[in-house]
Design a protein around this ligand. Structure first.
Ligand SMILES: [Fe+2]
Length: 270
């Protein structure tokens, strides 16, 4: 099963540049063009939060109109820039059973797929940091009980469940429920293929109890790598990427990162 992941799109309002500099609408257009050109086609597209910059209906409409022509099933969890109710209104196909005022915006894929895609809502409304309260951990434990080593779960969420070392992002990381989440994952490690996340706008890999945790970069702009303890938050224009996760029962999860923009020289060069 081929799973494409994009994250931290930060689609802005029409005519606005992010931080006065990044045209995230144009970046999404290039990202969608690269997704459309992938051969073989992914089976599903996951969007791991911060779909929009300010969570307006206009921003979500722009995103839906950009993704729909791909003809791919796609699922998304909210990031700290998103709004649950606005997402549900914009993308009713993702959570048909969830009422608009349901407490969380989890997004679970069809149960007949070879991997059980479990979208875990990690946000705290109007806050940058994430949280996994008892109710969400109970929900996740119930979902994991339905997974098996033969049909494992693949958890996707916005906030990374580990310390990245990038101080300003760790300060707004997963600040509640982290230890209980890690204990839950460790107990079910034989039935979790991996954990996909975003939020930090960089490629960063870690593990929990032997389960790979893969943080994908933004499809628009990145965050500077600065591991000093007093580092300020800095954005940069390192190349944007799509994560492409290939899960096969006999191998497990193999992940590649696809550059979105063109680069010098023919590809491949022979
Ligand atoms: Fe975020």
């Amino acid at each position: 099963m081929l799973i494409a992941q994009i994250t931290d799109l930060h689609v802005t309002r029409a005519g606005e540049l992010l931080a006065g500099r990044v045209d995230t609408r144009a970046a999404l257009g290039r990202c969608v063009a690269r997704l459309a050109a992938l051969d073989p086609r992914p089976d599903v597209l996951l969007v791991t939060g911060d779909l929009t910059e300010t969570a307006t209906a206009e921003e979500y409409d722009f995103l839906r109109q950009a993704l729909d022509p791909l003809g791919l099933p796609w699922l998304a969890v909210p990031g700290n820039h998103d709004d649950r109710a606005a997402m549900r209104r914009a993308f009713p196909q993702m959570a048909p059973a969830a009422a608009e005022d349901a407490p969380f915006c989890h997004a679970v894929a069809r149960p007949d797929w070879p991997v059980r895609l479990l979208g875990l809502d990690s946000i705290v409304p109007r806050r940058s940091e994430g949280a996994l309260c008892a109710a969400r951990l109970v929900w996740l434990a119930g979902q994991l009980a339905g997974a098996t080593p033969a049909q494992p779960a693949l958890i996707y969420m916005h906030h990374p469940p580990f310390r990245t070392g990038i101080a300003p992002m760790d300060a707004c990381g997963l600040l509640q429920g982290l230890e209980d989440f890690r204990a839950l994952v460790t107990r079910h490690a034989d039935r979790i293929a991996g954990i996909l996340c975003g939020h930090v706008h960089r490629v960063i890999h870690a593990a929990i109890g032997g389960v790979p945790v893969l943080l994908a970069p933004s499809s628009a702009h990145q965050i500077s790598l600065d591991l000093r303890s007093e580092a300020p938050l800095g954005f940069c224009l390192e190349p944007a990427k799509i994560a492409l996760h290939d899960w096969r029962p006999e191998i497990g999860l193999v992940s590649n990162y696809v550059y979105i923009d063109d680069f010098p020289g023919p590809y491949p060069f022979k």
